[in-house]
Ligand binder design. Structure first.
Ligand SMILES: [Zn+2]
Length: 298
């Protein structure tokens, strides 16, 4: 499952213009940065399209573009993610028949009432691209559904979404997914303070739940330690391979990875590798390892 940051103080959804942590990067410098370049290349988005989406994002939030260098690096990245998400929302719709072929999820398994059309498309394309990345997951998820906030189980009221390994279904909480504009802001705020990895809200949440299904599938394939969990043995190994220790989990992946323990670390890092803005070493290393496991036993 993927929780909203608990006990959060409402900080407003407007990035603060503060001189103290100003990045002093102009928009051109930001867009020419290596991380941004890689992200744009990976998603097939031109620099000019990114620039106009970013300008539009600033306009929609009432931020004067001249204030860009005064924003913190975190705010700049968060606005950039938000702008890219807007771009993707206009990508072409995923038709049911294509989706079934691409993912192995039957049309009957998809019940996304209550979602805005754009969110629905982002959800389905995200699943499609994750399964494209890990073809061994084709047919391993049986359904995806929405849940009204009042119907959410008590312990999941503040979760964006969750994966049920018994039924192999992903459920999206309409408390967050219900309105088109309501989903990306909370996720981006959580990401800006490091509680979740940086990336577009809808895709990151879907990839996170998808990653729980991957974890599940690896266990089913027999890739596991004595205690039956994949994440508990692979977490220290991957961290070590990246020259890090378990004390670096928060910095190298996310705060939620610490709160949720190895299974959530696994889901957070894999989500970052699949949908993140700039996948970091732990995320990349984990995806590589998962691909090796799934490739070898297919
Ligand atoms: Zn989770």
């Amino acid at each position: 499952m993927l929780d909203r940051r608990p006990r959060r103080e409402w900080a407003g959804d407007m990035p603060k213009v503060r001189r103290s942590d100003a990045s002093r990067r102009t928009m051109k410098e930001f867009l020419d940065g290596n991380g941004v370049k890689r992200t744009l290349k990976a998603r097939g988005i031109s620099k000019s399209a990114a620039q106009s989406a970013l300008s539009e994002e600033l306009r929609s939030r009432g931020i004067d573009a001249r204030n860009w260098p005064h924003l913190s690096k975190a705010s700049q990245r968060s606005l950039f993610s938000s702008a890219l998400e807007g771009l993707r929302a206009h990508s072409k719709p995923v038709r049911g028949i294509d989706l079934e072929k691409a993912t192995g999820i039957s049309q009957a398994g998809i019940s996304l009432s209550g979602l805005h059309g754009r969110t629905r498309r982002a959800v389905l394309s995200s699943l499609k691209s994750s399964i494209g990345e890990l073809p061994a997951m084709h047919g391993k998820i049986s359904g995806i559904a929405t849940c009204r906030p009042s119907d959410a189980p008590e312990n999941l009221k503040n979760a964006y979404a969750w994966y049920d390994s018994a039924t192999k279904t992903i459920t999206l909480n309409l408390k967050f997914f219900g309105r088109d504009s309501s989903i990306r802001t909370p996720y981006l705020e959580d990401a800006a303070i490091g509680y979740h990895p940086k990336g577009p809200g809808v895709e990151m949440i879907l990839s996170h739940e998808f990653a729980h299904a991957v974890d599940d599938e690896l266990v089913r394939m027999g890739v596991k330690s004595a205690d039956g969990s994949v994440s508990s043995f692979i977490q220290p190994r991957i961290m070590h391979d990246c020259g890090l220790s378990m004390l670096d989990v928060e910095r190298a992946v996310s705060g939620y990875s610490v709160d949720g323990g190895p299974p959530e670390w696994f889901a957070e890092a894999l989500a970052e590798a699949l949908s993140g803005d700039e996948p970091r070493p732990v995320a990349r290393e984990l995806l590589k390892w998962v691909k090796e496991q799934m490739g070898a036993t297919q």
